[in-house]
Design a binder for this molecule. Structure first.
Ligand code: BEZ
Ligand code: MG
Length: 588
């Protein structure tokens, strides 16, 4: 190559690339669909326990307070400490900048992984002891510390060996009682085990939990930092998607994030119910209060009525603070809107929106799935039509399209908290219908697409990624990852359908945000359609899904969402025709 780059530049780029590769390698990905009633195999168990052991554990404390000490510390931290290295989170942060940090991080991870493998070799007997001895030998981790970690891991391992999934299913089908249990990610809350129980919700008055409040701070800091690096300043207004199940699973992490963005924290009444907010003074907050437009799912609305009231109260309290406009964007916008329109302060400060009572979802996904749209604008309009009902005190889902549109017209960035390693933004159509939908609605109002971010609250170091980065990660670790799609294909019919869903959900992001790069479709086409052996396999296992996938690729091209090469399109058309023939029973 003609143009030269400096050695430092080259090294920096290589490190960044390496950081990306590590991120993909280490991501927990579902390998194959869950088979009802079946326990995880040894490899899956190792990966899961390693993830569990990478976090401080609060399992023995049923309700961990902000200042409670963990019942077991993260093995990654214990090993890093024992080796005299910087904290593990620091090592992760430094990976893209320092070769030394990479080596240190890998050493820590290797020791942790090896110790868990040793434990798993003989878990019932000498395993825990040998694993602790190994950790002491390799990294001077005190056995008193590591023993606690292995106690937690052992509990999880045992509970994973058995489950009542099939029996519970039969009970459900006969209308019999099913024992309840909490809903969460195993890594976040192992109390979900054993599986096969009836997920119960949380008491909404306890949300957000002290732990959720604590965890919200680094995520919000990372989010605002990310946007400041892109634009040079704080966003005045952002839109946030809140889901019900996610806030059950995390005991309100996303709720805590919204409150912290506004610069408040919940205040509990004498019954320990979060019914009011405490204002965090500006000098403690150290930044302006962000105006947050919350679009919440129908499930959230049904489960978290008192939380919607709390969020609405938070906005009203913040709007009423006597603070400078450049440090309190809520107040600035509420006053401006009131002066401009003559509407009440109360109406100007409505920020919690959902469906009309009894309705669920945005329908943006159905419109995309059924190809029932002409221009992307319709998708944003549909989102607004479905989600323009205001909630909060004295506001029981009144239609408020004008208010939602005014709020969205100010939005600079959109955001959703991702709480699970199991379900990502191309696994299901709901992420693009919500986050994609609201982003498109903002674009309809402002003329430009807002920055779109997702957090990864499952990572030990708070991590915020742009939509583009998240899509890249999902595509590389799932849709185009041979480990992922080969595992899916072992499920035959359902596996092919799963691959097709990923392609269609990726397309959903193109339709709503245009954030999908050309290479994604190029490689999907090359991997699943142009490879004849692969196409034959898909066709044999599930010709309907195979046809849908090829049709979706052609649709992406037809709608100018993918600038495909003509020769590739020609081959896609041929594949489509041949699949049609197969389905219609025409011999070829
Ligand atoms: C929810 O938990 O609120 C939710 C779940 C699936 C799709 C959309 C929302
Ligand atoms: Mg669904």
């Amino acid at each position: 190559m003609g143009d030269s780059i400096t050695t430092e530049d080259r090294d920096r780029r290589v490190l960044e690339l390496y950081d990306r590769l590590l991120e993909m390698e280490q991501r927990l990905i579902p390998t194959g669909l869950h088979i009802f009633g079946r326990a995880p195999n040894q490899d899956q168990l190792l990966a899961l326990l390693q993830a569990v052991a990478s976090f401080d554990r609060y399992e023995s404390a049923t309700w961990a307070g902000v200042n409670d000490a963990p019942s077991a510390r993260a093995l990654t931290d214990l090993v890093a400490e024992g080796l005299g290295l910087p904290a593990y989170v620091k090592l992760i942060e430094q990976t893209s900048k320092s070769e030394m940090a990479i080596r240190d991080r890998e050493q820590v991870e290797l020791i942790v992984q090896r110790s868990i493998a040793i434990y798993l070799e003989d878990p019932e007997d000498k395993g825990p002891e040998r694993a602790s001895a190994f950790l002491f030998d390799q990294a001077t981790v005190e056995p008193a510390q590591s023993t606690r970690v292995f106690q937690t891991l052992d509990q999880i391992r045992k509970q994973l060996q058995t489950n009542t999934e099939l029996d519970s299913l039969m009970s459900a089908l006969t209308g019999a009682y099913i024992e309840p249990g909490p809903g969460a990610d195993i890594v976040q809350n192992p109390a979900v085990l054993p599986t096969g129980r009836n997920t119960h919700a949380v008491n909404p008055y306890t949300v957000p939990s002290p732990l959720a409040i604590k965890r919200a701070v680094p995520v919000v800091d990372a989010l605002l930092d990310r946007q400041r690096r892109a634009t040079g300043g704080y966003p005045e207004t952002m839109a946030m998607v809140l889901w019900g199940i996610d806030n059950i699973k995390t005991q309100g992490e996303a709720v805590a994030q919204a409150l912290y963005l506004l610069g408040v924290t919940p205040r509990r009444d004498s019954l320990n119910r979060a019914t009011d907010v405490e204002v965090i003074p500006l000098d403690v907050l150290g930044r302006p209060r962000i105006d947050v437009v919350m679009t919440v799912s129908g499930i959230f609305r049904d489960l978290f009525g008192s939380t919607m009231t709390l969020l609405d109260r938070a906005v009203h309290v913040v709007a009423a603070l006597d603070e400078p406009a450049d440090l309190n964007f809520v107040r600035r916008h509420v006053i401006h809107q009131t002066e401009e329109t003559g509407m009440s302060i109360h109406d100007s400060a409505l920020r919690v929106f959902s469906n009309a009572a009894g309705n669920y979802g945005t329908n943006v996904n159905f419109m995309v799935l059924d190809s029932q749209w002409d221009a992307g604008r319709e998708l944003g309009d549909l989102f607004v039509k479905r989600k323009c009902f205001a909630y909060g005190r004295g506001q029981d889902g009144a239609a408020a399209q004008d208010l939602l549109e005014r709020a969205l017209a100010r939005v600079e960035m959109t955001y959703q908290n991702i709480d699970s390693t199991e379900v990502g933004i191309t696994d299901i159509d709901h992420y693009f219908e919500y986050l994609g939908g609201v982003s498109r609605a903002v674009e309809n109002k402002t003329g430009t697409r807002p920055a779109v971010y997702l957090s990864d609250s499952t990572a030990p170091a708070a991590k915020v990624r742009s939509l583009e980065e998240t899509l890249m990660l999902e595509t590389r670790t799932k849709t185009l990852n041979p480990k992922w799609y080969q595992a899916m294909l072992t499920h035959g019919f359902s596996g092919v359908a799963e691959i097709e869903h990923h392609v269609t959900n990726t397309f959903g992001w193109s339709a709503t945000t245009g954030a999908v790069d050309k290479w994604v479709y190029d490689e999907v086409a090359a991997t699943f359609v142009l490879d004849e052996q692969m196409l034959d396999r898909l066709k044999e296992l599930n010709p309907h899904a195979a046809r849908s996938m090829v049709a979706r690729l052609l649709e992406a091209s037809g709608r100018q969402l993918w600038a495909a090469d003509e020769s590739m399109l020609e081959r896609l058309r041929q594949a489509f025709e041949s699949l049609e023939d197969t389905l219609e029973g025409v011999a070829v």
